[in-house]
Design a protein around this ligand. Sequence first.
Ligand SMILES: Nc1ncnc2c1ncn2[C@@H]1O[C@H](COP(=O)(O)OP(=O)(O)OP(=O)(O)O)[C@@H](O)[C@H]1O
Length: 262
Amino acid sequence: MIQLQQLTFQYGARSIVDRLDYTFAGNAIYGIIGPNGAGKSTLLQLIAGVRKPSSGQVLLEQRPIGELPRRQLAQRIAVLQQGGLPTLGFTVKEVVAMGRFPYQNWLGSERADATALIDEAIEATGLTHLANRTLEQLSGGERQRAALAKVFVQQPDILLLDEPTTYLDIGYQQMIMELVKQWQRKQQLLVIAVMHDLNIAALYCDQLLALRGGSIIAAGTAEQVLIPEHIASLYEVEALMVNHPQQNVPQLLLRLDLDKEN
Ligand SMILES: Nc1ncnc2c1ncn2[C@@H]1O[C@H](COP(=O)(O)OP(=O)(O)OP(=O)(O)O)[C@@H](O)[C@H]1O
């Protein structure tokens, strides 16, 4: 469980994250939505412990996140950054194995052999045939899957995803979200994902948190959050909501101003 208590982050006098109170309970996928510059990535960095709050706090099981030793934090929280992984000449297998760093001693070895876990993660992400290729020889979608395999082997109980499907075609978007969902359900993880695609967010997230100007303007299920009034207030667009015929969740269509076209 992650609790935000009056969480605030400022650049100079400007509050990027402004006195947030919110609880992320375990075993669910939370989506953070909101316009560009709303403070979504900053919030994720505060939860990851890579930024320090200006005031207020992030609690992990009642303890301020800044008090936890780095290594212990890395065993609990994994972060999938925007754009996947940098390409530095490492193979898929080498990069995935790096997910085990938090469990290794200073000689780079760990008590249990993690080879089977690494192979399993590579297989689950459909990368077995690419395991010995270097990252620069992969497509963007394959690289994103390698990044996901790396966080799988980190065996966290909290997974933070910063726009996990950006730059991916719809096939890869669905594959990444399906993998995350299957893994989340199997391991009962807490997943917190910054999402730009509201329709994907509605399909995969159990709860949504809508941010604008560093404040929460709505929180709840997709049905509660994705209503035209909120969409207008977040993005300044007029939305038409339709029901997904299979999943019974809202999906968004843009309303066109037909007068403007003539
Ligand atoms: N180093 C910095 N100094 C000053 N302001 C910054 C700095 N880094 C980010 N900001 C500002 O903080 C605000 C929030 O940025 P953040 O990246 O958290 O937004 P976001 O909601 O993730 O946006 P996006 O959807 O565009 O990724 C933005 O207005 C941004 O310009």
